[in-house]
Write a protein that binds this ligand. Structure first.
Ligand SMILES: [Zn+2]
Ligand SMILES: [Zn+2]
Ligand SMILES: [Zn+2]
Length: 288
């Protein structure tokens, strides 16, 4: 049995969003609990996580994550709500004590790796010479659809193409299909309705997902490209069922919510639960 923890369930602004006085944010302040959402990230175990946003330190305190144990960090894309580079700077001697053999592997698309390089050049001036050893970091460039096997964890990851950051540079954000032991899951936030290449890959490889986590940034609104929500979540589930990737046994969740999606946690449940879709929230642990 595999396990995953939702460390954050919000889109970029968080809920309640900073400075915001909209109905959803006002409700969130009033309701607390599942309506309070930090930026999206996932813990697979002590040593493996997906995404590392600006709430990472707060999540670490709240869920006792112990980032000194982190060995493998998979990044979906370089938007700052998923990859907050300033925190990585604190792996430098003088800021933290990190043993020489404690290497953190960071996996990302070429845009993510470029962002890491640019950040350290700009931040570290003459101290950084393309030498990540000082930071005990090892950036690993991912190719879409090419698996990464973590022998030490009994895990494997397949990065697949999302439809996000459209018209912004050349970066192609990734969703991840992954295996933990004998369980299979997929995390697709900031995905948009999947690209046809991704559908073709899912169909060809005949993945049988025990867990699906689907982008629902726009909540009750019907958003298709860049992000996904509303009827496109339902379309995605139906198509995944049609190709056999999702069955009645699959635990199907939505995550990565914006306050602009017009819905509180209860309202999201009212809309999506009748379709066999659960609504994620901060701290939720799922066994699959
Ligand atoms: Zn996002
Ligand atoms: Zn708001
Ligand atoms: Zn994004």
């Amino acid at each position: 049995m595999a396990k995953i923890q939702i460390l954050g369930s919000a889109a970029a602004e968080g809920i309640p969003a900073a400075f915001c006085n909209c109905r959803v944010c006002t409700e969130a302040w009033k309701n607390g609990g599942k309506d309070i959402r930090m930026r999206t990230a996932y813990k697979l175990n002590d040593q493996v996580r997906i995404d590392f946003g600006p709430d990472s330190l707060a999540q670490e305190y709240k869920y006792q994550l112990h980032s000194e144990r982190l060995k493998h960090l998979f990044i979906t894309h370089s938007h700052e709500d998923h990859f907050y580079l300033d925190l990585l700077n604190y792996r430098m001697p003088g800021f933290s004590v990190v043993e020489e053999d404690n290497i953190l592997n960071i996996y990302g698309n070429p845009g993510v790796i470029r962002a890491i390089q640019r950040f350290f050049w700009e931040k570290s001036y003459d101290r950084f010479n393309g030498d990540y050893k000082k930071f005990r970091l090892n950036p690993v460039t991912l190719e879409p659809f090419q698996p990464v096997v973590l022998e030490d964890q009994d895990m494997e990851f397949y990065p697949v193409k999302a439809d996000h950051m459209i018209g912004v540079g050349t970066e192609i954000p990734m969703c991840y299909i992954f295996r933990i032991g004998s369980s299979w899951g997929m995390i697709a936030n900031d995905s948009g309705y999947f690209r046809e290449e991704t559908w073709a890959f899912l169909e060809k490889r005949k993945f049988k997902l025990d867990l699906m986590i689907n982008d629902c940034t726009g909540g009750l609104l019907d958003i298709e490209r860049g992000h996904m929500s509303g009827k496109y979540v339902l379309d995605t589930k139906a198509r995944l069922e049609k190709i056999g990737s999702v069955t009645a046994e699959t635990q199907y969740y939505i995550n990565h919510f914006s306050h602009n999606g017009q819905a509180t946690h209860t309202e999201l449940e009212a809309k999506f639960n009748p379709y066999g879709i659960q609504v994620a929230y901060d701290g939720l642990e799922i066994e699959f």
